[in-house]
Design a protein around this ligand. Structure first.
Ligand SMILES: Cc1cc2nc3c(=O)[nH]c(=O)nc-3n(C[C@H](O)[C@H](O)[C@H](O)COP(=O)(O)OP(=O)(O)OC[C@H]3O[C@@H](n4cnc5c(N)ncnc54)[C@H](O)[C@@H]3O)c2cc1C
Length: 386
């Protein structure tokens, strides 16, 4: 989509595009085929991202980050979305939740992440608690001034074995007008702490080479200094940042859709059957038209959410709408692209099948489409008292 960019945004986009051409695209196929990003390659991407000023671009300048505004970040994420998460996640964008670090936590966790000296994971999901996060079984109980953590997490993802995890655990129960509600607290838990086991989990067919980890906690002793933010306020803390995360998912979906669309249009213009380009058959041409309409709508939704976020008026429902629409748009675009390619769309030697496989995850992580629709429904019915 034609976007009006200022000088700085054009320069940023040029830098990101050049970086991707030189550092990421050349490795896509091998990473997907082997299911791994060699550590040396990951570290090289990380180092060159620091040199290019792209590392930690999402964090404020006063902590050493790039200090980019939401619009610039959306442009950047949109571009990254064209390639595999397994590769672009090496260009670290530490989770903004770390900005809640206080006192010694700043030197111990936040700043090393900004400088690529440490990597974190965000550990919320459990085997029995996916969409229904309040059913989490991981607990931390008080023991004097300490906390004792027990439980497990799965599907916790990142490019590489982390140095620490932000682990969400129930630390009690609150009485609320709607009944009992678990108090959820976020803890900073170092890999290597006694009782904390972390290992690689099962392999996902989307973004091969991007790892998921399983974690178990057996009487892990933590001090008050390991609490991120306030005790009992973990969900509010994560909720503060999750909304923008969903907008970034939307932006990456727009980028991936644009890449797929380019392939589909090219194929439709060049592949001939019955003596003419298949794009000239209405059944194919209209697929392209529908894809173009939806892609434009998705881009406009992302930009609208970004404008609202800049004004401080973006709601949870706005972010949920972006996540649902963009991820489902991408899946329709990916499916149509496979259809336009015919049998070739499923052949391993072409990238279409990989982008189609990668697209599928976008409707699931960061909250499934169904959960986003719950958020939107709630925003409609709650004001009416239902
Ligand atoms: C590759 C990958 C990486 C991930 N990375 C992370 C990470 O870094 N950190 C992290 O914490 N989590 C991570 N996740 C977890 C991800 O957020 C969850 O997979 C997602 O929230 C869905 O949970 P679930 O898989 O347990 O599915 P379930 O919750 O079991 O849902 C299964 C189906 O039931 C539907 N469903 C459930 N409840 C309802 C309802 N009330 N109404 C309607 N439909 C419903 C869902 O929409 C879905 O279609 C990752 C997952 C994957 C696959």
């Amino acid at each position: 989509m034609e976007m009006h960019l200022d000088h700085e945004q054009k320069m940023l986009l040029d830098t990101v595009k050049r970086f991707m051409e030189e550092e990421l695209y050349p490795h896509e196929e091998e990473v997907d085929r082997t299911g791994r990003v060699p550590l040396e390659l990951g570290r090289q991407i990380e180092k060159r991202a620091i040199d290019a000023g792209l590392y930690s671009a999402n964090l404020p300048e006063d902590v050493g980050g790039g200090g980019l505004g939401y619009r610039s970040l959306a442009l950047m994420e949109r571009e990254y979305g064209k390639t595999s998460h397994a590769l672009h996640s090496w260009i670290g964008r530490p989770t903004e939740i770390l900005l809640a670090c206080e006192g010694d936590q700043i030197e111990e966790y936040l700043l090393p992440c900004v400088r690529a000296e440490k990597r974190e994971l965000f550990a919320l999901t459990e085997p029995e608690a996916g969409s229904d996060i309040m059913s989490m079984k991981t607990t931390a109980r008080r023991d004097g001034d300490d906390w004792i953590l027990n439980g497990s997490k799965h599907f916790i993802s990142g490019p590489v074995m982390p140095d620490f995890a932000i682990v969400f655990a129930a630390t009690g129960v609150d009485e609320t007008p709607r009944g009992e509600r678990k108090r959820i607290t976020a803890f900073l838990v170092d890999v290597g702490t006694d009782g904390f086991d972390i290992s690689e989990g099962t392999h996902c067919v989307s973004y091969r080479g991007y790892h998921t980890f399983e974690m178990s906690f057996s009487d892990v002793r933590l001090g008050a200094r390991h609490i991120l933010g306030e005790e009992g306020r973990g969900l509010e803390l994560s909720g503060k940042w999750l909304g923008m995360g969903r907008v970034w998912v939307g932006a990456t979906c727009c980028g991936k859709a644009e890449r797929l669309f380019g392939m589909a249009a090219e194929w439709a213009a060049n592949r001939k059957q019955f003596g003419k380009p298949i794009g000239q058959f209405q059944a194919t041409g209209f697929k392209l038209a529908d894809m173009a309409i939806e892609m434009k709508a998705a881009d406009l939704m992302v930009m609208n959410a970004v404008e609202n976020a800049e004004k401080g008026t973006m709601s949870d429902a706005d972010a949920a709408m972006v996540k649902v629409y963009c991820s489902e748009m991408l899946n329709r675009v990916a499916d149509n692209t496979v259809q336009i390619y015919g049998g070739m769309g499923l052949m391993e030697e072409l990238p279409v099948q990989r982008l189609w496989r990668d697209s599928r995850l976008e409707r699931i992580w960061d909250g499934t489409s169904e959960i986003q629709r719950h958020i939107i429904t709630r925003s409609i019915l709650r004001p009416l008292g239902a």
